[in-house]
Write a protein of this length. Structure first.
Lengths: 469, 262
């Protein structure tokens, strides 16, 4: 029974010029955004690889140099693009993808396209995720708003129900018919996406297909929510026009109002300092220390070392006081960084939780967070990378200061050999596992599930009670 | 093949035929007992008692607002009665609306179809939903042609059809369903005289096969021609019942007008 409805709905939609035009526009935008995302990701990945190699070459060819100078010379670390990042750029355009690792500083990330882009460019950079999150639901609304209200208005609903078909089967058939029409649009996009993942470089994440599968399931759930909502409202209101207006209202609330409210509310509940304010605070704390985190003193370091080694002068020490002091300064600064960046990251995390919690009012917030997470471009994975880069920087500084402390004496001019830089292992980053991502996105998954179940329950109830004429 | 021939050939194709019933079947196919439907203070149907046996064609006459369409909608289970009971082939419509509807075919005053589908595709769709999915395209085409749709129009999209052509497809949908009961709400609306005449023949054939027919109409002539019994409704009440064997056309018109003037 249901298959007849599905087939009829599918045929009816395919013959509808409005559907063909809308689907063609959304389809072209989806394929173009996938293609441009893929090209851009590949270009950025190639540029990063080249820059990483150049940075490493520069590091290794420093020649004879004092290790502390080498520490100031520093090295760049580039955040690798995960295979799915071409779908969803997430926060990358705002957070940046490379960081300069140098002595004494935990630097901000660089290469932030959003920083350099004009407002027009930002609007023009339509990603596949935006097409899936905004335009596909709009297409679903255009396909389904008349599902029951239109049938009722035209008078066909009476004839349909008079055949003896149940309302549940009718609604299910219509939902599957819309899904079939959407599949025409989404299957080619999924094939292009899968091919891009399969033939592309595997990247640091070992599970791009698993991530892609979960991402596809998440988007399908999101679309199913819109199909159910469209059916529910179409069953509830008297006319197809009212259904369209109501559903467009839902779309605006979901896509435009809720994200704005989520941003403002999360900032209000968990405010973050401005970049200038943040930098000033850290500078001040590094200059003066804070209670419990005291700034090291070179004379005290020297006195402690003399006592530890039982010698009278620094010349008799088996280590270079400067090297030891520099490392103590690093460790002091690291505590200040941990204190400030830790608080900042925690604020971002709390803001993220507000976003996820607000997805109870708008499924977009849930699917957007899930999408960024699976694409590897969310704040948590940025933090994961930033933490790995910072650990590498700290290890690098420890090596440089250790070399200076152990291989030279206080007051002596020390130059490390030209081949010693190659002994420093290059920066390697392993992206978090799918399980790690899903654990972080539990709330979004739960909210999406809640929306799915809730939307279908409401649709079922309203379809059962829908008036026939 | 004529309408008569199409209907006398079991409309099966591959589907099993519905057995022809005897006109003197004991249990009514369509039955309303003390049926009431209120909309606020308005009683659209006020204590209607109606019983239609297999092979009987019951015509409901009455002015606009008399309660004819409401009665049909109550039999279809589209609205719930405020009081009383409606049964179709023994199924209480309030409790088993789906079972009741599966035994009914319905032709509304204005048959509405899917513009992007052809007449044949519309018929295939409604027939399949009505449980006649095994009927072949050839068989359905025959039904469409025999209810008066020109053969070249069968494959054309319904968006190009006139009201009369849509009405014929609606009648074909009812014929294809091969139901035990037929509910007709002004079915000849939009049909030309020839098509109306063919429709009367069709009803006669269905009656012969034991189908119980309830037809709401303003058309006194068609009611006398096609009906076996006539009920005149006014203000939701059945004011009189007549047997068409006992009255002529002129009598019917006089009785009807007398009741309308009361």
């Amino acid at each position: 029974m249901i298959r007849h409805i599905v087939r009829k709905e599918f045929t009816d939609l395919l013959r509808d010029g409005r559907f063909r035009w809308c689907a063609a526009i959304v389809g072209v935008l989806l394929l173009v955004s996938l293609g441009s995302g893929l090209v851009e990701t590949r270009r950025a990945e190639a540029a990063h690889s080249a820059a990483q190699e150049t940075a490493r070459d520069h590091w290794e060819s420093q020649g004879e140099k004092n290790p502390h100078s080498a520490a100031h010379y520093g090295i760049y670390a580039f955040k690798p693009r995960l295979p799915l990042s071409f779908l969803d750029q997430g926060v990358d355009p705002y957070t940046g993808t490379s960081v300069w690792l140098e002595a004494h500083r935990q630097n901000d990330f660089l290469m932030r396209p959003a920083q350099d882009a004009s407002a027009g460019q930002r609007l023009g950079a339509l990603t596949a995720a935006q097409v899936l999150q905004y335009l596909v639901p709009l297409l679903i609304i255009l396909l389904a708003f008349g599902a029951l209200a239109g049938e009722r208005e035209q008078g066909t609903l009476r004839q349909l129900l008079a055949t003896g078909i149940s309302r549940r089967d009718l609604a299910l058939g219509k939902a599957l018919g819309v899904a079939g029409a959407l599949a025409l649009l989404l299957i080619p996009a999924a094939i292009v996406g899968s091919a891009a993942i399969t033939v592309g470089s595997p990247g640091p994440a070992a599970t791009p297909l698993a991530r892609g599968t979960v991402l596809a399931a998440g988007y399908l759930a999101y679309f199913a929510v819109f199909v159910a909502l469209s059916l529910a409202i179409s069953a509830w209101v008297r006319s197809a026009r009212t259904a369209l207006v109501a559903l467009l209202g839902v779309w605006v609330l979901n896509g435009l109002v809720a994200p704005r409210v989520a941003v403002d509310l999360s900032k209000w509940l968990h405010p973050t300092p401005s970049a200038v304010e943040f930098a000033r605070t850290m500078e001040r704390e590094i200059r003066s220390g804070v209670p419990g985190i005291e700034r090291p003193d070179r004379d005290e370091t020297a006195a402690r070392l003399l006592a530890e080694h039982g010698v009278e002068t620094v010349d008799d020490l088996p280590v270079n006081v400067i090297g030891v002091y520099l490392q103590e300064s690093e460790e002091f600064a690291n505590q200040i960084f941990d204190r400030n960046y830790g608080a900042l990251w925690n604020r971002f995390e709390q803001q993220g939780l507000v976003h996820e919690a607000l997805s109870v009012a708008a499924p977009l917030l849930a699917v957007r967070t899930l999408s960024m997470g699976l694409a590897g471009t969310d704040v948590e994975q940025h933090r994961h990378f930033a933490t790995a880069a910072e650990e590498y920087r700290r290890d690098l500084m420890r090596r440089m200061n250790g070399d200076l402390a152990e291989n030279s004496r206080t007051g002596e001019t020390y130059l490390a050999t030209a081949d010693s830089w190659a002994e420093v292992p290059p920066f390697q980053y392993d992206a978090p596992s799918l399980a790690w991502v899903l654990q972080n996105r539990t709330l979004s998954l739960a909210m999406l599930g809640l929306w799915l179940v809730g939307a279908f329950l409401v649709a079922g109830s309203l379809v059962r009670r829908a008036e026939v004429a | 093949m004529s309408t008569q021939a199409v209907l006398e050939t079991p409309a099966t194709g591959e589907a099993p035929p519905i057995p022809v019933r005897a006109a003197e079947f004991e249990d009514p196919v369509l039955e309303a007992r003390s049926l009431v439907k209120r909309y606020g203070d308005l009683e659209a149907v006020a204590g209607l008692d109606l019983s239609i046996q297999p092979g009987e064609v019951y015509c409901l006459l009455g002015p606009n607002g008399a309660g004819k369409t409401t009665t049909i909608h109550l039999f279809l289970g589209f609205i719930e009665p405020s009081a009383g009971r409606v049964r179709v082939s023994g199924f209480d419509v309030a409790r088993n609306a789906l079972d009741a509807r599966r035994r009914l075919a319905y032709v509304p005053e204005q048959v509405m179809l899917y513009r992007n589908l052809s007449g044949l595709e519309n018929l295939q769709y409604f027939a399949a939903l009505g449980g006649r999915e095994t009927l072949s395209s050839e068989r359905l085409t025959d039904i469409l042609v025999d209810v008066g749709l020109p053969l070249p129009a069968v494959g054309r999209r319904v968006g190009e059809y006139s009201k009369g052509m849509r009405q014929k497809v609606g009648i074909a949908i009812a014929v294809a369903k091969d139901a035990e009961a037929l509910l007709l709400d002004e079915p000849t609306s939009g049909l030309d005289p020839k098509a109306s005449r063919e429709f009367s023949e069709l009803i006669e054939t269905l009656r012969g096969r034991g189908v119980a027919v309830l037809m709401a109409t303003h058309d006194l002539f068609r009611a006398k021609e096609s009906g076996t019994r006539i009920g005149i409704m006014r203000h939701g009440r059945l004011v009189t019942e007549l047997s068409t064997d006992e009255i002529g056309h002129a009598d019917l018109e006089r009785i009807y007008l007398d009741h309308m003037q009361e």
